[in-house]
Design a protein around this ligand. Structure first.
Ligand code: NDP
Length: 429
């Protein structure tokens, strides 16, 4: 493609003329009006299409057209486990990915495999069940495996994917114990493959913006974080209510978002945790796993995060950061969409609350693209296996504190963001 010379007579002039002729007596003026100044046709430079702004500088700029890689140059993902998250969120999110595409499926259900393969144009030769999964090593289209199985199955699946020579994106919680998490990290390291944990909130624009502002000191010195993630569970027979498959109840499933997001916002690691657990005795949903957990994280800087999670309270997902000079909160902080960020500060003699509207991006697409870019560039993911291991260690300490009724100390970390890789340039703008 060549660049259009400035002020050239372009397609608009021709279209204008066409419209003009069709309109009979008003035709004479139309080509002049439409063809005179082709101001918004865009330009193709450096392999990208761009458009000049059409609004004044007072308006929020539009996002440029996505600069996406051609399908053959995208990182190919196999999706392992065709459950709710895979079918309702992950596979649809690939439509907005710029660097990744789904190329293979793994499922124990032949009918689901056939239907989903047809929907996403995946050939039968790239569909596997759990018995044939290891053959994926011979499929060059697959660069990475995205593990979307019940929690207790992550460990084995990650080990098998690494043995097959594939990079791995693994759903949260990474595992059901620190020991499993360590063995997943070493299996991927031994295979020379990347391991990323799917902490989508670290790739979500509102959470990212709040962390950026908090770290820049916009709210003064942070004193306190308050994070709540609750949902009321149904069917007691589902795997989330079975300890052997889930590893725990509300804590590893939804409480983990409070823990991980507080850690990621501060960049610090807690040095002490204190927790309480409550599960109603007569509720069959909580025969094996816990209902409600509250936990306090004490960070080396003195900041305290108070977190609460429940499988028996109505859905609520909020995150609040309180600093010496202001506070900010995100409604629906851990939800798939619907985030609202409010910042409150003194404004002269008044207290001012501002609600910020950011361009919404699909957080699953953001997270998958991040992994794809790391595979291509060799960079460490923002949320590598070590990030998941740290959460497993802290969750084990939370359970221990609730059992013993005492605070539990954690090993200090020598530097901030001890495990995290960088965000990609296009993710920080
Ligand atoms: P589902 O129960 O909806 O799906 C799990 C799928 O795993 C099943 O459909 C099945 O797929 C496969 N599977 C294989 N073995 C078993 C087994 N023994 N029991 C049940 N399923 C099995 O779960 P979700 O999709 O909601 O959750 C999957 C993972 O994703 C979990 O780790 C969860 O924590 C995580 N998750 C993350 C979210 C996020 O926002 N990041 C949100 C929701 C979940 P098949 O029939 O194809 O074999």
């Amino acid at each position: 493609m060549t660049d259009r010379p400035p002020q050239s007579v372009g397609r608009r002039t021709v279209l204008g003329a066409g419209v003009g002729f069709a309109m009979g007596s008003v035709a004479v003026a139309a080509p002049v009006a439409l063809g005179g100044a082709p101001i918004d046709e865009g330009s193709a430079r450096g392999g990208k299409v761009n458009f000049p702004a059409i609004h004044a500088g007072t308006e929020r700029p539009d996002a440029p057209p996505p600069n996406q890689a051609p399908p053959t140059r995208r990182v190919g993902f196999a999706i392992m486990g065709l459950g709710r998250l895979a079918l309702q969120n992950i596979l649809p999110a690939f439509a907005q990915c710029k660097h990744a595409r789904p190329v293979a499926l793994v499922s124990g259900d032949k009918d689901k495999l056939r239907i989903v393969a047809e929907q996403y144009g995946i050939p039968a030769s790239s569909c596997y069940d759990y018995a044939s999964f290891d053959q994926i090593k011979d499929n060059p289209a697959v660069d990475a495996v995205y593990v979307v199985l019940p929690n207790a199955l992550h460990h084995d699946a990650v080990l098998r994917a690494a043995r097959a020579g594939k990079h791995v994106l693994c759903e949260k919680p990474m595992a059901t114990s620190p020991e499993e998490a360590r063995s997943m990290i070493s299996a991927c390291a031994k295979a020379g493959k990347k391991l990323m944990i799917a902490y989508r909130c670290q790739y979500e624009v509102y959470n990212h913006e709040l962390a950026k502002r908090a770290r820049a000191g916009e709210f003064g010195a942070i004193q306190f974080i308050d994070a709540i993630n609750t949902q009321n569970q149904g069917d007691p027979g589902q795997w989330r209510q079975k300890k052997a498959l889930a590893g725990g109840g509300s804590l590893p499933d939804v409480g983990l978002y409070c823990l991980n997001t507080a850690r990621a916002l501060l960049g610090e690691e807690p040095e002490e945790v204190q927790a309480s657990i409550f599960s109603p005795q007569d509720d069959p949903r909580f025969a094996e796993v816990e209902a409600t957990v509250t936990f306090m994280l004490r960070f080396p800087s003195g900041i305290i995060a108070n977190c609460a999670t429940s499988y028996s309270a109505h859905e609520h997902r909020s995150m609040r950061v309180l600093g010496s000079q202001g506070h900010a909160e995100i409604d629906n902080a851990f939800a798939y969409e619907g985030q609202k960020l409010r910042v409150t500060r003194r404004d002269g003699m008044a207290e001012a609350s501002t609600e910020l509207t950011l361009g919404q991006k699909n957080q699953f697409s953001q997270e998958i693209d991040h992994m794809a870019q790391c595979v291509r560039s060799g960079a460490t993911p923002r949320t590598p296996g070590e990030e998941g291991l740290q959460d497993q260690i802290i969750m084990a300490a939370i359970y221990e504190s609730a059992r013993s009724g005492k605070p539990v100390k954690l090993a200090p970390m020598s530097r901030p963001d001890a495990f995290r890789g960088p965000m990609q340039p296009e993710e920080t703008s």
